[in-house]
Design a protein around this ligand. Structure first.
Ligand code: ADP
Ligand code: MG
Length: 231
């Protein structure tokens, strides 16, 4: 699903640099990424999503080399194939629950709002227990409810790849567990590939694989591969 080789990335005017010689993520797997703050987890997700471009090396998602695409094609590839979930939800406050979930249909004419997509959105919202809140402003929802809306939006296009950056960071333990189970259900039911950053080690048993950026940090100086632990 994801293949990274000889990746190097640095921000302008920052000493931080990310180097990954080799990393592969299998399709339909659930992988957790852990590691200290500032170790490059968010940076890597942004590179995989094609939001940031590597300085060198190859990153392919579903056999597609992101660097080979134009900006517009990369954006379209992302909308179609990658669902993104963030810690801060990134919902649009002036839109209701349904319209937030349907947001991908508003940002690209390639994905018009069809009755199928509207049904899919309503079905997802029902699945996560928010059926009675369809027309409610997202500002009136709890944190856990907001994150469920964000997950519905990420799943709208049935993306083969789901990237989640600390999606439970603002949530209590019970709600965190519900959110992770929701993400894992997409892996089980739809064969989605899930890559999730978390600080919460009590969630790791849900995942088939954990990549620890702490080991990666020490080895990256030597340009070695990402070390990983299999559970
Ligand atoms: P993590 O998600 O593991 O906490 P990040 O990928 O966000 O780490 O950040 C890795 C490093 O890159 C940090 O040192 C951070 O300060 C730096 N960094 C992140 N974003 C930027 C940016 N836009 N410009 C410059 N440096 C950045
Ligand atoms: Mg981060």
């Amino acid at each position: 699903m994801i293949r990274i080789r000889n990746l190097a990335f640095a921000y302008a005017q920052s000493v931080f640099d990310l180097q990954i010689d080799e990393l592969q993520i299998q399709a339909s797997s659930a992988t957790a990424m852990v590691g200290p703050s500032g170790s490059g987890k968010t940076t890597l997700l942004n590179i995989i999503a094609g939001i940031l471009s590597p300085d060198s090396g190859c990153v392919s998602v579903m056999e597609t080399d992101l660097a080979g695409l134009s900006d517009a094609a990369r954006r379209r590839f992302r909308l179609k194939n990658i669902g993104l979930v963030f810690q801060e939800f990134e919902l649009i406050d002036y839109l209701n629950v349904l319209d937030n979930v349907l947001l991908p249909c508003r940002v690209d004419r390639a994905f018009p709002l069809t009755s199928d997509r509207r049904d899919r959105a309503a079905g997802l919202i029902e699945d996560v227990g928010l059926k009675d809140h369809l027309k409610k402003s997202v500002t009136r929802l709890s944190q856990g409810e907001r994150q469920r809306v964000a997950i519905c939006r990420a799943l709208l296009m049935r993306p083969p790849l789901l990237l989640a950056d600390e999606p439970t960071g603002n949530l209590d333990p019970v709600t965190s567990d519900q959110i992770v189970k929701l993400l894992l259900r997409a892996v089980q039911d739809e064969g989605t590939t899930l890559l999730m950053v978390t600080h919460n080690h009590s969630l790791l048993h849900h995942f088939s694989r954990t990549i620890d950026f702490a080991e990666f940090l020490t080895t990256s100086a030597r340009g070695a591969s990402v070390e990983e632990s299999r559970r």
